[in-house]
Design a protein around this ligand. Structure first.
Ligand code: SAH
Ligand code: SF4
Ligand code: F3S
Length: 434
């Protein structure tokens, strides 16, 4: 299994691994040992697809050595390109979309016989609720659980609603079971996943469970585990959710709240369904209800008609919001989206690059200053691993999702430690246990 793209794909790869293991397959450590290579792919920007194509083309050598080797492209690129993948990439034998993984064993059998093996049907109901994901990285202490699939928002630039299909929420019972399973296996942290978790709602004849209610159920179910979630959409980010975070000490004080742009006219063209003012109100509510909460965002520049004034509004918003971390991109036009058909990709590439540089420069400065403000403070840290720089140091995360490095002492991976911050860079805090 090789995984590209977002956390949903990481979670899906574990579902796929479980489905394949039930059929007698095993995960291999190296690609040379594999009979089947499944590449779980992303279509969100063009460069995400280019990377996967390069990877798949690189399998030619392996296929020469092992003519029986089968290569499957699964996930969002499979969904977007379907049959075309067989024509465009000669190494591809199997193509499977995100809702058709139950069919994988059958499709592998088909491919073995040299037949075309493809299923890219999207489903209105599939949530893989009865699959217990097999945890690929067994040393890990932090796991993902999908609580919903798909997206109904149709932001005009975004391919996800086309590759992932309609939004559907998973049965809370099966979510709780999976979280408990992680806890039983010794996991210390769980991240609940969906493209827009705030719109989670599970209904049956007797009752209805909303996102804040689910969050509360999870917090009570595994009181010794840390709980995170992603991604929140600003239009649906409710005070109810913020109050649940504030109420439970095991729910991390961290929110990823993608803003995309600071300009109302660009936000309107993006069909984000909020204004700059609304977004600021949500940030203000977070800071009021959860003091000290870590906040990160996604922002991209160069969308249709974005002029210098629009862009400066994004810069001003970044200065106002002071995100701890931001993922920043240039607009990449995606075939099939509303913007592709109706909103011309009319900001020149060199302007996009210049704007991206300006955003990155500013955010680096803000991240550094935010980290400097933590110096002298003490945070509870979940230890995730041994530092890559020194075997005498460990690294972990604060509740606010900041990475911190400190001397190992007698700590083990998976322990919680209270750590005082002594210094920092823009990306990392450095401290000592107290
Ligand atoms: N569901 C999440 C985002 C999923 S995609 C949300 O609504 O926030 C992750 C990020 O990729 C988005 O937040 C956006 O910043 C970026 N993105 C999506 N489509 C893009 C495109 N066509 N070009 C550039 N960036 C894009
Ligand atoms: Fe894409 Fe918008 Fe859905 Fe996020 S909310 S996945 S950006 S359509
Ligand atoms: Fe990419 Fe699909 Fe995730 S397009 S961002 S892998 S939902």
């Amino acid at each position: 299994m090789e995984t590209y793209g977002c956390q949903m794909n990481v979670a899906d790869s574990e579902v796929v691994a479980s489905i394949m293991e039930h059929d007698g397959f095993q995960i291999t450590k190296t690609r040379e040992e594999a009979d089947v290579i499944l590449v779980n792919t992303c279509s969100v920007r063009e460069n995400a697809e280019t990377r996967v194509r390069g990877r798949v083309q690189g399998f030619s050598e392996l296929k020469k050595k092992n003519p029986k080797l089968l290569v499957g492209v699964i996930g969002c690129m499979a969904e977007r390109l379907g049959e075309k993948l067989f024509e465009q990439e000669k190494n591809v034998n199997i193509v499977v979309g995100p809702d058709a993984y139950m069919d994988l064993p059958m499709l592998v059998e088909k491919a073995k016989k040299g037949e075309k093996a493809i299923n890219i049907e999207l489903s209105l109901t599939e949530t893989y609720k009865d699959i217990c994901p097999s945890r690929i990285d067994e040393t890990s202490i932090s796991g993902f659980v999908s609580i919903m699939r798909g997206c109904n928002n149709f932001c005009t630039y975004c391919i996800v609603p086309y590759t992932r299909g309609r939004e559907r929420s998973r049965n809370p019972e099966s979510i709780l079971k999976e979280v408990r399973d992680l806890s039983d296996k010794g996991y210390k942290e769980v991240t609940l996943l969906g493209q827009n978790v705030n719109s989670f709602v599970y209904k049956n004849s007797e009752s209805q469970v909303s996102f804040p209610e689910l969050l509360e159920l999870v917090a009570q179910e595994v009181p010794n585990m840390r709980i995170r979630f992603a991604t929140s959409h600003p239009k649906d980010m409710s005070d109810d959710t913020l109050h649940v975070i504030a109420k439970y000490s095991n729910i991390c004080n961290f929110i990823h709240l993608p803003v995309q742009s600071g300009s109302d006219s660009v936000l309107k063209d993006m069909r984000r369904k909020y204004t700059q003012e609304w977004y600021k109100d949500r940030i203000t509510a977070i800071r009021k209800i959860i003091p000290g909460c870590g906040i990160s965002s996604d922002i991209f520049c160069g969308f249709h008609n974005e002029n210098e004034e629009d862009f400066q509004e994004t810069i001003e918003l970044m200065k106002w919001a002071r995100f701890d971390l931001a993922y920043m991109f240039k607009y990449s036009e995606r075939p099939g989206t509303f913007a592709y058909k109706n909103l011309k990709d009319n900001v020149p590439e060199n302007v996009k690059s210049k704007r991206l540089d300006e955003m990155i420069h500013l955010q680096n400065q803000i991240s550094l200053e935010n980290n400097q403000n933590d110096i002298g403070e003490v945070f509870e840290v979940l230890i995730e691993g041994i530092s890559k720089r020194s075997e005498h140091d460990v690294y972990g995360r604060t509740s606010q999702n900041k990475v911190i490095v400190f001397p190992k002492g007698n700590f083990e991976i998976g322990d919680f430690a209270n750590v005082k911050v002594n210094s920092c860079t823009k990306a990392t805090l450095v401290g000592e246990s107290v």
